[in-house]
Ligand binder design. Structure first.
Ligand code: PLP
Length: 290
């Protein structure tokens, strides 16, 4: 059996390429995603020609467009090829807190492993990344005994054994803030914050759509809104973003979609107001006509 082959969409986060390199694995096989999400048929074709063992990474909340790969169909394709499925839910994972939006993550439970970044839609300071495994035997490689940390008789006597909880040994108590947040806000409280940001994104998209001087890339799936001034070239779009950033007026991202460059507003502040959205539009407009 050859080395593990990882298969990702072109829409996947660059960390997969770094991880493969760090682990000494072959570079990931990249499936083109011209429409922003991983197409199950294209994945099927890629898996048919890639020797196993196979690990597919799907994304629930893409970095550029905030899209969710079709998880149930991808899970079917993975099952047909005996490939493991990882879901990168760094951005979209906390939709699970929302009764209104959790259905968008249908199929997530079919992944063998899931990652979530609570420093995005979880409002934690970094570091706040989580790895969830369906089968805890997947964590067996973390099981080590080091006499100075978790000798059997100490563990039997009730001392905590933290060695198997993380790939790191000495580490910050990063989980404490997440635990405190969950205790304080609960699932419902976090769900309400998610819902507010989802509504804000739709609100910004409405405002962009109504604005004659701006183009909206697409209705948002998550809280990412891609837009650009009408009749502008990519160089100008990039210059507008830099000028707002260096002038200390707005921090917008940039993303390529449909072969063009877009301004990216990622709505992650539940306290943003409609006035803030209007102000952002005014700032972009003001930079356009200079
Ligand atoms: C989809 C996705 N996966 C993974 C990451 C990487 O997360 P981290 O910042 O924890 O390295 C990001 C960060 O933007 C992301 O958008």
């Amino acid at each position: 059996e050859g080395p593990l082959r990882t298969v990702v969409g072109a829409n996947a986060h660059h960390s997969f390429h770094r991880a493969a390199w760090l682990l000494g694995l072959p570079a990931p096989v990249v499936v083109p995603t011209p429409h922003g999400t991983l197409d199950p048929e294209a994945l099927d074709a890629a898996l048919a020609t890639t020797p196993g063992p196979l690990l597919v990474a799907a994304t629930a909340g893409t970095t550029d467009e905030g899209l969710i790969d079709p998880l149930p169909e991808i899970a079917d394709v993975c099952a047909a090829h005996d490939a493991d499925l990882h879901a990168d839910a760094a951005y979209g994972g906390p939709l699970l807190f929302s009764r209104t939006h959790r259905r968008l993550l249908d199929g997530l439970d079919r992944a063998r492993t899931v990652t979530v970044d609570l420093h995005k839609l979880g409002w934690q300071p970094a570091a706040a990344g989580l790895l969830a495994v369906r089968d805890t035997t997947d964590l067996a490689a973390l099981a080590h005994t080091a006499d100075y940390l978790n000798a059997d008789d100490d563990t039997d006597a009730g001392l905590p054994d933290l060695l198997g909880r993380s790939p790191r040994t000495t580490r910050r108590p990063d989980v404490l803030k997440a635990a405190v947040t969950l205790r304080a806000l609960g699932r419902t409280g976090l769900g309400a914050l998610v819902d507010t940001c989802m509504d804000l994104a739709q609100d910004l998209a409405d405002r962009v759509e109504k604005h004659p001087g701006l183009d909206l890339h697409a209705r948002p799936t998550l809280t990412t809104v891609l837009f650009r001034p009408h009749d502008t070239d990519d160089t100008t779009v990039a210059a507008i973003r830099r000028s707002l950033l260096t002038g200390g007026r707005a921090v917008l991202g940039r993303a390529r979609a449909n072969g063009r460059l877009w301004l990216k507003a990622t709505l992650l502040n539940p306290h943003a107001t409609p006035g803030d959205l209007d102000q952002l539009i005014t700032l972009v407009e003001g930079s356009t006509h200079r």
